[in-house]
Design a protein around this ligand. Structure first.
Ligand code: GDP
Length: 594
């Protein structure tokens, strides 16, 4: 094992539902750290913030004794949410070593909480739950930046029990999601149980506890993983590809292993082949400048994991967010290229002969969408990183099934040429930046389409009906015969064939050519109604008699569809007519309509 000097910083990601307080929590961690005053309290990286152990120790008061630790601190990814989390992948897993799942104590589990939990489960990422906004508990007496126990002690009995109620509910929801969770101070084994940290990102109370838990967890369970060869060739993941004035296309990279230096040869995953290029400059935000609006960078000669850095180099236009970055040093270039190629291949989505077209903004999100589609059993014809282009419309048009002639776009734009093509084609575009919503919208569309298709089928199908000629209701003998009837079951529709069963066999009587209900022409008559019908063909007294039971005929193919596919779609009396009709038919021909 490497010595303590080469332990790298664990990478922390923050996830959770929108508005549950992810950004506020990150700001609080950074802000409080800066408030501690000293230079070097935090280090701003590209896309990340490093909080050193000393600062964590100062912020968490008695909770963290720095002599218990030899990890250098924590590196927080600045962009919260599962989108950046899935983008930041390494060797097929999550790049973040540990995650904070932020849940609003009043709101509990919400759709994106569930989605975040799924992602954490799938990537096997250890996490703690920040039960946020405890200060919104009615009657709360805020204790700025205090450890949560101290804050609890300062609350009324009533406020405490109100908060506990919410917290127990949250613990229950976590358990429903398959995670046995408890208040963090009761958790003995963080590998088996999820710790819940009540806190307020607004007032800072409980934040010391969160930092202490994150630090403790990393130290206890991740020390081996953190013992990397920091001086070795750098490995990282592209967070974003950005145009930067004076530098051209640059890469925002999170380095999770080794060191990168100016002049290094690097291999980067591209939209076509891996890109081999040379680092012109390594850039970091200039200290003391505004964090988020930072446009001014300072150049550094080298950087070691874990770190966020902007890499300026030629030929980066076609680099992909979420793709691996590898420094070539010592190893031969060809094997590093092969390594990058293989890692990209691993992300390749399972595609089918027929299916939908998927576009996403990063490799990680593409993979996440593909996973969600696989779970929903929606086949994929093609999946790619990038905005929706005319070519995608062409590909989607080739799908066989109508329900597959769609493009599902996650966090992408539509190129204007593609917009025109979409308009001119029958391809539907679904775009969203929440995966489950994207899948839901598509599934709703499929349902609607299938219902419409079924309705058309139902419209064109002849349904059976049983009706009886009433006594003394012959209005005309023939050409056509006009008689009064009562519909026993099913629906009598105009322009259908009429049959009569004799000796078990069906005998065609004639064609129904008119229905009148109380003098008005109608298209159909329902069970229970008395109407007069005109039948072309027979003569009353010969062929048909008053009192006869007649049927609307059903072609064998229609009977089969009705029985096998639509029996749940038709009315109970229609089903009864169908079954009675089939019974009679099958007495003579047992396999009729099967
Ligand atoms: P995000 O979408 O998860 O990043 O949520 P934000 O950090 O933007 O927070 C959403 C809203 O909740 C903002 O108005 C915050 O001020 C508020 N908020 C976040 N944390 C707390 C908290 O601990 N207490 C209170 N009272 N409000 C909070």
């Amino acid at each position: 094992m490497a010595d303590a000097g080469s332990l790298r910083t664990p990478i922390v990601a923050v996830l959770g539902h929108v508005d549950h307080g992810k950004t506020t929590l990150l700001d609080r961690v950074r802000g409080s750290a800066v408030q501690e005053g000293e230079a070097g309290a935090i280090t701003q990286h590209i896309g990340a913030t490093a909080v050193p152990l000393e600062t964590i120790s100062e912020m968490s008061g008695a909770l963290v004794d720095p002599t218990d630790f030899d990890l250098p601190g924590l590196l927080f990814i600045d962009t919260p949410g599962h989108h950046s989390f899935t983008t930041l992948r390494s060797r097929g897993g999550a790049l973040a070593d540990i995650a904070v799942l932020v849940v609003d104590v009043n709101d509990g589990f919400q759709p994106q909480t569930e989605e975040a939990i799924d992602i954490l489960r799938r990537t096997g990422t250890p996490f703690v739950v920040a039960a946020n906004k405890v200060d919104t508990t009615p009657g709360w007496n805020p204790q700025e930046d205090a450890p949560i126990q101290q804050s609890y002690d300062a609350q009324s009995e009533r406020a405490r029990s109100r908060l506990d109620e919410n917290l127990y509910e949250l613990i229950g929801q976590l358990s429903d999601a398959g995670f046995s969770a408890d208040f963090y101070w009761r958790v003995q084994n963080f590998q088996k149980n999820v710790g819940v940290v009540p806190l307020s990102a607004m007032t800072g109370e409980g934040v010391p506890d969160l930092l202490a838990v994150l630090m403790g967890l990393s130290q206890r369970y991740m020390k081996d993983e953190m013992a990397v060869d920091i001086a070795g060739p750098g490995r990282g993941t592209v967070l974003e590809v950005k145009e930067e004035r004076g530098f051209g296309s640059t890469l925002d990279v999170v380095l999770y292993d080794g060191t990168v230096r100016t002049g290094d040869t690097v291999v980067v995953g591209g939209q076509d082949d891996p890109i081999v290029t040379e680092v012109r400059a390594l850039l970091r935000p200039r200290p003391n400048a505004e964090m988020r609006t930072e446009k001014q960078f300072e150049k550094v000669e080298k950087l070691s994991a874990a770190a966020g850095v902007k890499i300026a180099a030629p030929d980066l236009d076609r680099a992909m967010a979420g793709a691996p970055v590898r420094v070539v040093r010592g190893d031969d270039e060809a094997s590093v290229i092969e390594e990058v190629r293989q890692e990209l291949a691993r992300i390749e989505v399972q595609t089918a002969d027929d299916g939908v077209v998927v576009k996403a903004d990063t490799l990680g999100s593409l993979e996440a969408v593909a996973n969600a589609l696989e779970e929903a059993e929606i086949p994929i014809l093609r999946a790619e990183v990038g905005d929706v282009a005319p070519r995608d419309v062409t590909v989607a048009e080739t799908a066989n099934e109508e329900t597959h002639r769609v493009i599902l776009g996650f966090n992408v734009d539509v190129l204007s040429a593609a917009e025109e093509d979409l308009e001119a084609s029958d391809v539907r575009l679904f775009a969203d930046d929440v995966i489950y919503q994207l899948v839901d919208e598509y599934e709703a569309y499929v349902d609607e389409l299938e219902r419409a298709q079924q309705e058309t089928v139902l419209d064109n199908i002849h349904r059976p009906a049983r009706f009886r000629i009433l006594q003394d209701h012959t209005f005309r003998q023939n050409d056509p015969a006009v008689v009064g009837v009562e519909v026993v079951s099913g629906t009598v529709e105009n322009n259908r064939n009429v049959v009569k069963f004799e000796d078990g066999g069906a005998k065609r009587v004639g064609g129904l050519s008119g229905i009148q209900n109380q003098g008005e022409d109608v298209d159909e008559a329902q069970a229970g109604e008395r109407v007069s019908v005109a039948i072309d063909g027979p003569t009353v007294g010969r062929g048909i008699e008053e009192g006869d039971e007649l049927w609307i005929d059903v072609p064998e193919k229609h009977a089969k569809i009705l029985e096998q596919e639509l029996s749940s779609e038709i009315r109970a009396d229609e089903l009864e007519a169908l079954n009675a009709y089939l019974d009679i038919r099958r007495k003579r021909e047992p396999f009729w309509g099967k």
